[in-house]
Design a protein around this ligand. Structure first.
Ligand code: URA
Length: 269
């Protein structure tokens, strides 16, 4: 191989490795057996005598890219739920936060349509969620369900997840270290689902996703960007239970979100 060929092969191999790393981050733990090296090397090889495999960097790269491409298609197609299942198992076995995992009944992963256009991102499970293993099923969750229904949607049409997968004791705010431990989980969850829109419920969700300290009052009312997804921040339903007057603002936010999604506000011509 001359120096140019070798440099180009190295670039291709690096690109393939980058793709594989991002797949790994998205929860893919297995790839199909790579294409027979001789097939990659020469499409005509099948018709001739089997060739001894020579795994040059270029051939390894071509093989890895093909395997990666196939798996990316699987993940972006109907098998997002499989990707989520694998990730949920990993979450269930996590022991990174000693205080949280020693007190939890179970981890609370997420619920809804793995192909949803819209995800609702909350803070952390509470007592009801810890008991039932599903996010937003307590009082605040029931209010969230009514908000979703008022938007003309059902819980099953969206995907609901939290920043933390374990309940913090006495529903205290998540600690920075706990968010750091859970970051790869919620980010990979969103990477698998690939929603167009993410609605952050409350400041913990919004500030940690967007990596900002700006208040929820100033974050709401416009779209932000997170890895190419459109992010809207609004008040947490638990806040609305304490401050019912804020419901008007949340409804304004939801109407704005529906408009951005190209959906009609129910009851409006
Ligand atoms: N509050 C949250 O942020 N998430 C839940 O799942 C329940 C309450």
């Amino acid at each position: 191989m001359n120096p140019e060929e070798s440099e180009s092969a190295e670039r291709t191999r690096a690109a393939a490795m980058q793709l594989l790393r991002s797949l790994h981050q998205s929860g893919v733990r297995q790839l199909p057996a790579a294409m027979a090296v001789s097939q990659v090397a020469s499409p005509a090889a099948e018709a001739t005598e089997p060739q001894p495999a020579q795994a040059t960097p270029a051939i390894q790269a071509a093989s890895a890219i093909e395997a990666t491409r196939q798996h990316t298609q699987v993940l972006t197609g109907s098998n997002r739920s499989e990707g989520l299942e694998v990730l949920a198992e990993e979450v269930a076995g996590c022991t990174a936060c000693e205080e949280l995992c020693s007190a939890r009944t179970q981890t609370v992963f997420g619920v809804g349509d793995p192909n949803a256009r819209l995800c609702f991102l909350g803070e952390a499970p509470g007592a009801d969620e810890d008991r039932l293993g599903e996010p937003f099923v307590g009082k605040a969750g029931q209010l969230l369900t009514r908000i979703i229904q008022a938007m003309g949607l059902r819980r099953e049409d969206v995907y609901i997840l939290n920043i933390l997968k374990c309940r913090p004791p006495n529903n205290r705010n998540p600690l920075a270290g706990e968010v750091a431990n859970c970051r790869s989980f919620f980010e990979r969850q969103l990477d698998i689902i690939q929603p167009e829109f993410i609605c952050c419920l409350g400041s913990v969700a919004a500030q940690n996703l967007l990596d900002t300290t700006i208040s929820i009052g100033r974050l709401r009312g416009k779209l932000h960007d997170w890895n190419g997804k459109k992010v809207l921040a609004t008040y947490h339903p638990a806040y609305l239970l304490r401050e019912p007057d804020a419901k008007k603002k949340v409804w304004e936010d939801m109407k704005f979100l529906l408009g951005e999604m190209g959906l009609k506000v129910p009851g409006k011509e």
